[in-house]
Design a binder for this molecule. Structure first.
Ligand SMILES: *Cc1c(COP(=O)(O)O)cnc(C)c1O
Length: 393
């Protein structure tokens, strides 16, 4: 049913009045509301240019400013040193599963790469890379294990770096530092010098937690992230790459995906996803207003403590991940009685708590609480969960 006067002309007034629901989607995910508001205001005319950002030449002076500012803000937020390039590319996380080996595996004669397989996303990275060279698993959490006395199911823990078997001839060793589906987060990336393979670089898929806390960029040779979890709209991929690793792409690597060419052209070798870069730039400015990654980390920590604290306080719900590696971004949880799942989701939706359905491979629920989710949203979720438990417990 359409309410009277709910046409496009009323959209702005209505949306300004009505509180938006809390959106727990794993991705594409919620964006900060002030960013969406600013984008709406600038939609038809960006800063008096008479154009929407979508209508600008990617080589014109306006977009050049937008792109350069976004890069500078990203560098500041993550303290990216000058010997690293920060690129805006396309292809997403799965695109990078091919683009990264195409750029890096030929760097050393063995054409070898090793993978830490800790869940769905790193398993996909591993499989895709097999097309490009001699690829092996350095470590994995595909089996049950006992960690600190806890019995852990597959994909609910992170393999200890002390057990990684990295070949000295490998060009890189790959890690997914936040497994979005399993809800497993690698808190501190290992120092590559400690892995016994001094010429092998660490590469990291940080798609679902980049910019959620300070990260030591210098530990990795390449970090990539699809934007749609924590950075902006789908279509932009961030790639942070140490400059001495540029220029080793295999001859079959598409030019538009050659890191060296993209870097030499300031992310404008071909037409980049201009509107997505603009929105990412607004998100970076918003993050700076939150106190940067240290500021947002404090909020993310408080959100995670609130939600995990409640999950651990009741037998009605449970989270299966080892406490030392529970993700601050993606929190899967199961109801003790799975037959209540559909009711839980329907009532949550009606209460303005959207997209809580778990990934089909894990089941149950998943609350993704990225940077744009305020503490009040997690509090609303916990209040709802308590009330649901009271009625069904
Ligand atoms: C979402 C996600 C991907 C996949 O990204 P696409 O943009 O869909 O290709 C890859 N890795 C991780 C960790 C993700 O969360």
């Amino acid at each position: 049913m359409t309410a009277p006067g709910a046409g496009p002309a009323n959209f702005h007034r209505q949306s300004a009045m009505k509180k938006r629901p809390y959106n727990f989607s794993a991705g594409p995910a919620a964006l900060p509301e002030p960013v969406l508001q600013q984008a709406a205001e600038e939609m038809l005319d960006w800063h008096g240019s008479g154009m929407s950002v979508m209508e600008m030449s990617h080589r014109g002076k306006q977009f050049t400013r937008i792109c350069d500012e976004a890069e500078a803000d990203l560098r500041e937020l993550l303290s990216i040193p000058d010997d690293y390039a920060a690129l805006f590319m396309q292809g997403g996380g799965l695109g990078e599963n091919a683009i990264l080996p195409l750029n890096l595996i030929g760097r050393r004669g063995a054409r070898a790469a090793d993978f830490v397989v800790s869940g769905s996303w790193s398993a996909k990275s591993f499989k895709e890379a097999e097309r490009y060279g001699d690829v092996r698993m350095a470590a994995g959490s595909q089996s049950c294990a006992v960690i600190d006395g806890c019995e852990q199911a597959p994909w609910t823990y992170m393999p200890d770096p002390a057990t990684w078997n990295v070949r000295p001839e490998a060009s890189f060793v790959h890690l997914c530092s936040n497994e979005t589906i399993g809800g497993v987060e690698f808190m501190e990336w290992p120092d590559p010098a400690s892995l016994g393979a001094p010429d092998t670089v660490l590469t990291v898929d940080a798609s679902s937690h980049i910019l959620s806390r300070p990260m030591d960029v210098t530990r990795a040779g390449v970090i990539y992230a699809g934007a749609q979890k924590n950075v902006g709209p789908a279509g932009v991929t961030l790639v942070i790459v140490r400059k001495d690793l540029l220029g080793h792409a295999l001859p079959v690597c598409p030019s538009a995906f050659d890191y060296a060419l993209v870097a030499a052209n300031d992310s404008r070798f071909n037409t980049p996803p201009t509107y997505g870069i603009y929105i990412a730039g607004l998100v970076f400015k918003w993050l700076k207003q939150q106190g940067g990654v240290a500021g947002i980390e404090a909020v993310n920590r408080a959100k995670a403590e609130l939600l995990y604290g409640y999950l651990d306080s009741t037998a009605f719900y449970r989270n299966p991940v080892h406490p030392s590696v529970r993700s601050r971004m993606n929190v899967p949880f199961l109801l003790h009685d799975e037959s209540l799942n559909a009711e839980f989701l329907a009532q949550a939706d009606a209460a303005g708590l959207l997209q809580l359905k778990g990934h089909k491979s894990v089941g149950g629920m998943r609350a993704s609480i990225y940077n744009a989710m305020p503490l009040a949203g997690v509090q609303a979720l916990v209040d709802f969960m308590k009330e649901f438990e009271r009625r069904h417990g």
